[in-house]
Design a protein around this ligand. Structure first.
Ligand SMILES: [Zn+2]
Length: 415
């Protein structure tokens, strides 16, 4: 069984900002490896490349008034003196919003989405301003978001962008602005991120493998205690359990790097181990558990039978969990996309509960009792799965889930 005190002490050790490809991420990987070695198992690191950018200058002026901003990584650079253009507020970037945007700077609601980005490249937009935070931001106790655009976007072409606070965007719109000037200078390149991997060989069906995954990176400004030091510790507890109680099937534990940059660690694993993936019968992923106010969920990218099974299991052992079929935006998804049935477990916080992806994601909102409830259901589940005489989950991804995967991976557009 698991040891919630041990889990909490590891949680404390790795709750610091761990950006994909940073030295802090490497430090967290080393702490995880130390923990694995305590059990006499030898882990290894699998490195992969991620985008890296250093913002040298990021400035925004609207009608000559300077607005605090951050540069959007991987969005390219402007001329040294910047670009000054007409400013247009394009809301969500519907076609009507984009009638007259060529060679202009656009301000949009929220983050940049792929669909909008492609349209802006097509329309030859000169620059963009994305929004972070909220119109209710307390400036002293919140951070101005840092954003990056991903390869799926910038391979269409680069548009230099900056991010501002929604509270400032509201002021800008109210001032009926005319011109905006962006100065953005950045150095773009590559950095190294890594997965921490170790294996416990199966005693009865060693050729059937189960992946147990959790990402250990965080976003900027966040200690990432809940998202997802908690899941990393969850997988570690399953590891400790199976070292003491050898599994029938081969368990491959993968602490994934750079999930927050687009599931890059799990994608790299699936790419590097493409041939071996046929031996994987299942993937169990954990992303965010142990939160005080919350509810247990299981998101199954699999046949419906698994959904029903988890529902029944919760009832059997007396833990409330809602299971559904779907695609969870986490490291289970690249496995599912490669044909490996997957489940992501989480304890999701309600409206008004603990927040992620900001400085508010701290250990104070997690507790041992909630951790126990999350860990109990996962432990009971995976022990039963591993113990099966015949692995119960069919190795198929049903058509409705294939379609969801197509939407998630931008291969098809949701109607
Ligand atoms: Zn996460």
């Amino acid at each position: 069984m698991f040891d919630v005190n041990r889990a909490f002490s590891l949680l404390e050790k790795i709750s610091f900002e761990r950006l994909g490809g940073s030295k802090e991420e490497l430090k967290a990987a080393e702490i995880l490896m130390e923990e694995i070695k305590k059990e006499g198992v030898e882990p290894h690191l699998e490195e992969f490349e991620v985008d890296y950018s250093e913002i040298k200058v990021a400035k925004l002026f609207v009608d000559d008034k300077e607005i605090p901003c951050t540069g959007i990584k991987m969005s390219g650079s402007t001329l040294e003196e910047g670009i000054e253009k007409d400013l247009v507020y394009i809301e969500e970037g519907l076609d009507v919003n984009l009638i007259d945007v060529e060679d202009k700077i656009v301000l949009l609601n929220g983050r940049m989405m792929l669909k909008t980005y492609k349209k802006l490249v097509e329309k030859k937009v000169a620059g963009f301003i994305a929004l972070g935070g909220s119109v209710y931001d307390d400036l002293d106790n919140t951070d101005l978001d840092e954003m990056a655009i991903r390869k799926v976007m910038y391979e269409n072409g680069k548009i230099p962008g900056v991010c501002i606070r929604a509270i400032h965007a509201e002021e800008i719109i109210l001032s009926n602005p005319k011109k905006a000037k962006i100065i953005l200078i950045q150095e773009e390149g590559k950095a190294t991120s890594r997965n921490v991997v170790c294996e416990i060989k199966g005693s009865v069906y060693p050729n059937q493998k189960i992946a147990l995954t959790a990402h250990y990176d965080s976003v900027r400004f966040s200690s990432g205690a809940y998202d997802n030091a908690s899941g990393s510790v969850g997988i570690m507890e399953l590891f400790h359990h199976f070292v003491k109680n050898p599994p029938k099937r081969t368990l491959v534990f993968i602490w994934c790097g750079s999930e927050e940059m687009g599931l890059l660690g799990s994608k790299a694993y699936c790419e590097t181990h493409k041939e071996e993936l046929k031996d994987f019968v299942f993937c169990l992923n954990i992303d965010m558990i142990g939160v005080v106010l919350g509810k247990e969920i299981a998101c199954c990218t699999s046949e419906m039978a698994l959904v029903n099974y988890i529902d029944y299991l919760g009832k059997e052992i007396g833990i409330a969990i809602s299971a559904k079929q779907g695609v969870y935006s986490s490291d289970s998804t690249p496995f599912a996309d490669n044909g490996v049935p997957s489940v992501s477990f989480a304890r999701i916080s309600p409206q008004g509960g603990a927040k992620i992806h900001s400085r508010l994601d701290v250990i104070d909102h997690l507790d041992k009792n909630s951790f126990s409830s999350s860990l109990t259901i996962m432990n009971e589940f995976i022990v039963r799965m591993d113990n099966s005489k015949v692995f119960p989950v069919s190795r198929v991804i049903p058509d409705n889930m294939k379609l969801e995967l197509d939407y998630y991976n931008f291969r098809k557009e949701r109607p």
